[in-house]
Design a protein around this ligand. Structure first.
Ligand code: ADP
Ligand code: MG
Length: 581
């Protein structure tokens, strides 16, 4: 079906006009032509009819309560599918709300396109005070990979094509597409309109690594006594799962997954050094980074986490040449797409490949086993109120039994501990706060995960983290999505025990004690559970996930259990002034 707007006179004495189309229909046709089936957004001026018409034309249009969550949904849809996720917003304030998600997508290398309606160019540019006046294109530019504006209906096809290519090719990222209100009602000949559309051929072309780069990388790898592979979310995004698994298993090199690369190989794989991460980073002599940046999450490749200065040589596979040497010297840069680079390394290893020294493998294995054994009793505690470990021990078993469910995770302690405790078994099943470590991605990610994959979603949220997108439980109920949210309710941020020293107000980090988040879900027709023990938690989550209906489990956690800033307390500045005793 095409989206031609038939504007035809019915009076017989006047000759019928040719078929016409307009901006609205051309945007929809351009997206559909490129295989984009879903729009995440919030309706309003001037894009209300665009959403309506897109739905009428068979696209899935998921309306949110706030643009940031629609934007986060689009971004994670991009990560999961390699097609740019679309977020549609109104002008100025709606656009600004979507911008946080656009910037976050760009930072995380997720392909997305933020499409915002905008006001009259003539009035905006003369700053004459239009409705929602704002120079959106200029504001978006520094926060995304590329930004375009379309002024003529005949250019919509090219505008959408450029946006798709910019989002997906090379290092993926966020793109802004500015569509002024007037564009939507511009009319043109339907046939010329169809001809103006572009189906993007090969939006993310393979980028083959240079043979010298592969040879250099293999030489460095061969020289290693204690080699390590670090898998990042770029490796998860690349969908080169079989090749990556073959590289790990053929080379016999242990690997550490970054948070969203967990499950690329199961966390229980014999070569996983995830549970011996500190030792693996500190003692390795050669590290092969695959789609992982040496940013703060890897201590910039230097310092105590990496052992003696200069003791680690880095090989890096990345599609972005400028990523090389960003923090420390990369002795063997391998620039290209991950699938091609990994395959080339595998081919180069050939039959005579020497496995790494067994003492290194043994060291990591025993460290890993010791850490797992140390953790085990904490995960089985049945103490009430629950602490984080006990609650996560229950969820760990549930994820093991439901490996195809998608886990969305945010919070401070809830995030840091869940990342370590909950094993993942399949690729792209763990979606979390990413490169910025931001809160607020929860419900947006959960909605898109359910919509894009049709799989059940388990959303493990700190009570603070949940608050940023909590209103979207209405969206979840409206679309009847199979999402089970577990709120780890410890009455506050980090902990629920702080007080205002003056005694006047609640402390800055606490919430209404003993809140019943489960009732928010009930307000919109979903199922709420209130649980205080790991057994109750297990029963509630299993029941919810079996039903496939929206559910929220309010899991009461000991208000004293959390630590300040979770695992990243060291980033939290403390006053330099010592209090007098
Ligand atoms: P993590 O936080 O998991 O370590 P990062 O987001 O830091 O992961 O790193 C992801 C890296 O993967 C980015 O540098 C990005 O350029 C790269 N990347 C993304 N997709 C591909 C791909 N298809 N091929 C090669 N590199 C990719
Ligand atoms: Mg809390």
């Amino acid at each position: 079906m095409t989206a031609l707007a038939k504007i035809v006179h019915t009076t017989p004495e006047i000759e019928a006009e040719p078929d016409l189309t307009d901006g609205f229909h051309l945007v929809i046709d351009a997206l559909k032509l490129n295989g984009i089936e879903t729009i995440y957004g919030v309706p309003g001026i001037p894009i209300t009819d665009l959403g309506r018409m897109a739905q009428a034309e068979g696209m899935r249009v998921i309306s949110f309560r706030h643009e940031q969550h629609a934007g986060n949904a689009a971004a994670i849809a991009g990560f999961l599918t390699q097609k740019p996720g679309i977020c549609l917003t109104v002008s100025a304030p709606g656009f600004l709300n979507g911008l946080t998600a656009l910037a976050n997508a760009t930072t995380n290398c997720f392909p997305m396109i933020l499409i915002s309606g905008s006001s009259e160019r003539e009035i905006v540019d003369l700053q004459q005070g239009d409705y929602e006046e704002m120079d959106q294109l200029a504001i978006a530019k520094p926060l995304c990979k590329a930004a375009f504006r379309v002024l003529h209906a005949a250019d919509i096809g090219i505008g959408v094509a450029r946006a798709i290519r910019a989002a997906c090719s090379g290092r993926p990222g966020g793109v802004y597409l500015d569509l002024p209100a007037k564009l939507f009602s511009q009319v043109m000949d339907a046939e010329a309109g169809q001809k103006s559309l572009v189906k993007v051929i090969d939006p993310a072309p393979a980028q083959l690594p240079a043979p010298e780069a592969i040879a250099r990388a293999l030489d460095v790898l061969k020289s290693a006594k204690r080699p390590l592979i670090v898998l990042g979310k770029g490796a998860a995004y690349a969908q080169a799962d079989d090749a990556i698994r073959a590289l790990v298993e053929t080379s016999g090199i242990p690997y550490v997954p970054m948070s969203m690369a967990k499950g690329l190989l199961p966390d229980t794989h014999p070569l996983s050094a995830g549970a011996a991460r500190s030792t693996a980073l500190k003692d390795s002599d050669v590290v092969l980074l695959i789609g992982a940046r040496l940013n703060w999450l890897l201590s910039h490749g230097k310092g105590k986490s990496w052992g003696e200065p200069g003791s680690t040589k880095f090989i890096q596979i990345d599609i972005e040449p400028r990523e090389m040497d960003s923090n420390v010297e990369i002795v063997a840069p391998v620039v290209g797409d991950i699938a091609s680079c990994v395959q080339a390394l595998l081919d180069g290893m050939g039959k005579g490949w020497q496995q790494p020294p067994s003492d290194w493998i043994e060291t990591l294995k025993s460290k890993r086993e010791a850490n797992i054994a140390k953790m085990a009793p904490k995960l089985m505690s049945n103490a009430a109120p629950m602490n984080f470990h006990a609650a996560l021990g229950a969820l760990r078993t549930i994820v093991k039994e439901r490996p195809d469910a998608i886990l969305v995770n945010e919070g401070a302690n809830t995030l840091d501990l869940a990342r370590g405790i909950i094993d993942m078994y399949q690729p792209r099943k763990r979606l979390d706060v990413g490169t910025w470590g931001i809160m607020g991605i929860g419900m947006g990610f959960a909605v898109a995960a359910a919509v894009e994959t049709g799989k059940p979603v388990l959303c493990v949220e700190g009570d603070s983290a949940f608050g940023f997108s909590g209103m979207e439980v209405e969206t979840i109920c409206r679309y009847g999505l199979p999402i089970c949210i577990v709120v780890f309710n410890n009455n506050g941020i980090y902990r629920g025990t702080d007080t205002d020293p003056t005694g006047r107000d609640p402390a800055t980090t606490v919430f209404v004690p003993d809140s019943r988040y489960d009732r928010m879900m009930e307000a919109f027709g979903g199922v709420g559970y209130h649980v205080t023990t790991p057994d109750e938690l297990t029963r509630a989550v299993n029941e919810a996930m079996n039903s496939g209906r929206p559910a929220l489990v309010n899991a009461v956690i000991d208000p004293a259990a959390g630590s300040e800033s979770g695992n990243i307390g060291s980033l939290n500045p403390q006053s330099g002034i010592k209090k007098k005793k």
